[in-house]
Ligand binder design. Structure first.
Ligand SMILES: NC(=O)c1ccc[n+]([C@@H]2O[C@H](COP(=O)([O-])OP(=O)(O)OC[C@H]3O[C@@H](n4cnc5c(N)ncnc54)[C@H](OP(=O)(O)O)[C@@H]3O)[C@@H](O)[C@H]2O)c1
Length: 272
């Protein structure tokens, strides 16, 4: 593989770009000299150069000139600004990975050309600690070797799944926005723990480790979530008493509504 072929150029050097490039370096998938970051803010460029020894540029058009893989990681509203810098340089030989929320492959194809090279991905925030999950939509025409390369890049920061593009709105609502729902719940769970007399640091540790441990159990055990509920909730016991509050307030209906509203919002954003 030539250096051009292996190199990745990020357009936008924000939080998600940093998470992915750090994962690629930590897992030794790429060397620092195989990563270029096009980023508008000088202080951010300096930070990325000093922290990761990667090369940076302020010129977005350098990205497709210098690398076969172009990783689009700007905010969706910035696409208008960057498209003219990329459009005439991108070719059918590039692989463009877009993590822009609410931007369909066809809209990206109109903005950048070469829709057959555009891979749409919805990652999530835990990518920053290597525990993300990304949903990938490949263009039908993309060859297996390029697909494997994209999978390898995203596996550097967590798990990957592949979905048809119409399901990306649901993915956005479930795993893209998911950390936000959990942070909200955890915030209130900690407050409730403190209300029962637990000190702040103890309350936080108990809640966060319970969440992490329960997630690990769900990962490792074959039991369904409802089987696990049945196993932990002894009739007349404390878990059952707590669960009765969730049932009384129809939390299942709230959870369905939460995902439904977020999916709907993603669809609206996609339409522009
Ligand atoms: N964060 C998440 O959990 C998450 C999850 C899924 C998908 N995404 C998607 O990932 C993308 C990036 O999100 P993020 O959280 O990493 O955002 P972010 O931290 O704001 O990163 C975007 C970076 O691009 C820079 N930038 C702005 N205009 C530019 C330009 N013309 N040329 C080059 N760079 C430019 C920004 O600088 P300024 O700050 O000056 O604008 C910023 O440093 C978004 O499209 C988002 O929808 C994020």
């Amino acid at each position: 593989m030539s250096n051009f072929n292996k190199k990745i150029a990020f357009v936008g050097g924000g939080n998600m770009a940093e998470a992915v490039l750090a994962g690629l370096l930590n897992k030794k998938i790429l060397l620092p000299e195989e990563i270029l970051v096009a980023e508008i803010k000088p202080e951010r460029r300096r930070y990325l150069e000093e922290t990761y020894s990667v090369e940076t540029t302020e010129t977005n058009s350098d990205a497709p000139k210098r690398a076969k893989t172009v990783f689009l990681a700007v905010k969706p509203q910035i696409l208008q600004d960057v498209k003219s810098e990329l459009k005439n340089i991108l070719s059918a030989d590039h692989v463009v990975i877009s993590i822009l929320a609410g931007q369909s492959r066809s809209r990206l194809g109109e903005a950048l050309g070469h829709m057959e090279t555009i891979v749409r991905v919805m990652p999530n925030l835990p990518a920053q600690v290597g525990c993300g999950v990304s949903a990938i939509t490949f263009p039908e025409q993309m060859n297996e070797s390029d697909r494997n390369w994209v999978r390898k890049i995203l596996k550097a920061v967590g798990e990957v799944v592949e979905v048809e593009e119409p399901l990306q709105d649901a993915v956005t609502a479930v795993s893209g926005s998911g950390p936000g729902y959990l942070f909200y719940l955890v915030d209130h769970w900690i407050a409730a723990a403190k209300e029962q007399g637990l000190p702040d640091d103890v309350a936080r540790l108990l809640v966060v480790e319970t969440l992490a441990g329960a997630a690990q159990l769900l990962r490792e055990r074959p039991d369904s979530p409802s089987e696990l509920v049945y196993k932990v909730a002894t009739p007349g016991g404390t878990t059952e008493a707590g669960l009765s509050a969730l049932r009384d307030h129809d939390v299942p209906a709230v959870v369905h509504e939460m995902v439904r509203r977020a999916t709907q919002r993603s669809k609206e954003l996609n339409k522009g």
